[in-house]
Design a protein around this ligand. Structure first.
Ligand code: FAD
Ligand code: DHB
Length: 390
C-alpha cells in the first residue's frame, strides 16, 4: 500500500487532519488500533471553541454541529455556595463556545471520510514506524493477522497519550514536561435535563464539581475524587447526593437525577513533549500533550495542532514549500503552552489541594472574588476559555 500521508489514530486529531487533507486533494490512510464502535463509545470532551468549529466547517463536517450544537455565551463559577456568571460574549467582543460532544464530532468526521471513500483501517495492530528520518517512511501493521506495509511521504502521529508514535522517536530526541495531580474526575452521563442552561464550575471545600451537558435532554456531571478512587465505590445515588451537596441551592433544587448511562474516572495530568517533528514524522494532539480537563482544552488543542499541520502539508503539496513544515513544531507549541498554563490555572483555582490546607482555600476564594468583581480579571479568563486565536 502507498499513500501521501499515513495517519496513526482515528481520534479527533487523526480524523480532522484526514478530512482537511482530503478536501485539499491530498491522499491519506488512517490506521486505528480499535474498532470504529469502540472509538465512538468513549465519552470524553464536550466544549468546542469557535476556532475548532470553524476548522470542522472547513473540513465540510459541520452540518449536524450547526443544527444540534448548543452555543453558550456565558459560563458560571460557584464558590461559597453562590453562583456568578462570566459573560463570555460581552468580555470577548461576541465570542462563544459550542457544546457538542466529542463522540458526535468523531461520528460526523467518520461519516464524511466513508462518503469520500478515504481509507481507514480499523483494528490495525502492531503498528510500527520506520524510516521517518529518511525520504520514504514506512508503517508496518497487522490486520486480521496478516502483516502489511504502508509506504508514505509523511507520518502524522495522532494516536493519543499511550500511542506508538511518540515512543518511536529515538531516546534523547524528545524533552518531556509533566505534572500529575493528586486527584481525578469521576464523570457521570445521564439522560436527564441539565441542572442549568450554562456550565457551572464549582469550588467547594470538599472538592471541585462541574455541571455540563450534551443536549437539552442529556447531562454530563463531574466530581473531584481521590486519584486511586474506584468507580465501583460510587453508586448512582452516592454520586447524585454528593453532587447536590456541592452545588448552590438553586442548582441543587433544579438537579434532575436518573440512571447513569456511563460512569468513569479520569486521572488529571499536565504533559508536554517537545518538539513535535522528527524528520517526516509529526505529532499532533494527545500524543504530544495532555491538559487537565478543567477549562475543556484537550480536544480544542488537538484541533489547533491539526490546523497548523494541515496548513503546512497543503503548502508543501501545493507550492512545494517546506516553510510550514519547518515552522510546525514551534507554532503549535507556542499555543500548546498557553493552553497548558490556562488549564493548570483553572485546575489550581477550583480543586481542593489537601497539601495547601485552609490557607490555600482562602487564597482560591480571594482569587474567585477578584475574578467575578473585576472585568479585567474576568476578561482574561473569558478570552482563554473561548480559545486564543490560532
Ligand atoms: P485520542 O482521542 O486519544 O485518539 C487517539 C486514537 O489513536 C485513539 O482512537 C486510539 O485508539 C488510537 N491509537 C492509540 N494507539 C494506537 C496505535 N498504536 N496504533 C493505532 N492507533 C492507535 N478533554 C476535554 O476537553 N474535556 C473532557 O472532559 C475530557 N475528558 C477526557 C476523558 C478521558 C478519559 C480522556 C482520556 C481524555 C479526555 N479529554 C477531555 C481529552 C480529549 O478527549 C482529548 O484531548 C482528545 O481526545 C484528543 O484527541 P486525539 O485525537 O489527540 O487523541
Ligand atoms: C466538559 C468537560 C470539561 O473538561 C469541561 O471543562 C467542560 C465540559 C464536558 O465533558 O462536558
Amino acid at each position: 500500500m502507498r499513500t501521501q500521508v499515513a495517519i496513526i489514530g482515528a481520534g479527533p486529531a487523526g480524523l480532522l487532519l484526514g478530512q482537511l487533507l482530503q478536501v485539499a486533494g491530498i491522499e491519506t490512510v488512517i490506521l486505528e488500533r480499535r474498532s470504529a464502535d469502540y472509538v465512538l463509545g468513549r465519552i470524553r470532551a464536550g466544549v468546542l471553541e469557535q476556532g475548532t468549529v470553524d476548522l470542522i466547517a472547513r473540513a465540510g463536517c459541520d452540518a449536524r454541529l450547526r443544527q444540534e450544537g448548543l452555543p453558550h455565551a456565558g459560563v458560571n463559577l460557584c464558590f461559597d455556595g453562590k453562583r456568578h456568571r462570566i459573560d463570555l460574549a460581552a468580555l470577548t467582543a461576541g465570542k462563544e463556545v459550542v457544546v457538542y460532544g466529542q463522540t458526535e464530532v468523531t461520528r460526523d468526521l467518520m461519516e464524511a471520510r466513508a462518503a469520500a471513500d478515504a481509507r481507514t483501517v480499523y483494528e490495525a495492530t502492531g503498528v510500527h514506524l520506520e524510516g521517518f528520518e529518511r525520504a520514504r517512511p514506512v508503517v508496518h501493521f497487522r490486520k486480521g493477522g496478516i502483516a502489511q506495509t504502508l509506504e508514505c511521504d509523511f507520518i502524522a502521529g495522532c494516536d493519543g497519550f499511550y500511542g506508538v508514535s511518540r515512543q518511536s522517536v529515538p531516546e534523547g530526541a524528545l524533552e518531556t514536561f509533566e505534572r500529575v495531580y493528586p486527584f481525578g474526575w469521576l464523570g457521570l452521563l445521564a439522560d436527564v435535563p441539565p441542572a442549568n442552561e450554562e456550565l457551572i464550575y464549582v469550588n467547594h471545600e470538599d472538592g471541585f464539581a462541574l455541571c455540563s451537558m450534551r443536549s437539552p435532554t442529556r447531562s454530563r456531571y463531574y466530581l473531584q475524587c481521590d486519584a486511586d478512587e474506584k468507580v465501583e465505590n460510587w453508586s448512582d445515588q452516592r454520586f447524585w447526593d454528593e453532587l447536590r451537596r456541592r452545588l448552590d441551592p438553586e442548582a441543587a433544587a433544579a438537579l434532575v437525577t436518573g440512571p447513569a448511562l456511563e460512569k468513569s474516572i479520569a486521572p488529571l495530568r499536565s504533559f508536554v513533549a517537545e518538539p513535535l517533528r522528527f524528520g517526516r514524522l509529526f505529532l499532533a494532539g494527545d500524543v504530544a500533550h495532555i491538559v487537565p480537563p478543567t477549562g475543556a482544552k484537550g480536544l480544542n488543542l488537538a484541533a489547533s495542532d491539526v490546523h497548523y499541520l494541515s496548513e503546512a502539508l497543503i503548502e508543501y503539496y501545493g507550492e512545494g514549500s517546506s516553510a510550514g513544515i519547518d515552522a510546525y513544531s514551534a507554532r503549535a507549541l507556542a499555543r500548546v503552552w498557553k493552553a497548558e498554563r490556562f488549564s493548570w490555572w483553572m485546575t489550581s483555582l477550583l480543586h481542593r489541594f489537601p497539601e495547601n490546607g485552609r490557607f490555600g482555600h482562602r487564597i482560591q476564594l480571594a482569587e474567585l472574588e477578584y475574578l467575578v468583581s473585576s472585568d479585567a480579571a474576568a476578561a482574561s479568563l473569558a478570552e482563554n476559555y473561548v480559545g486564543l486565536p490560532f
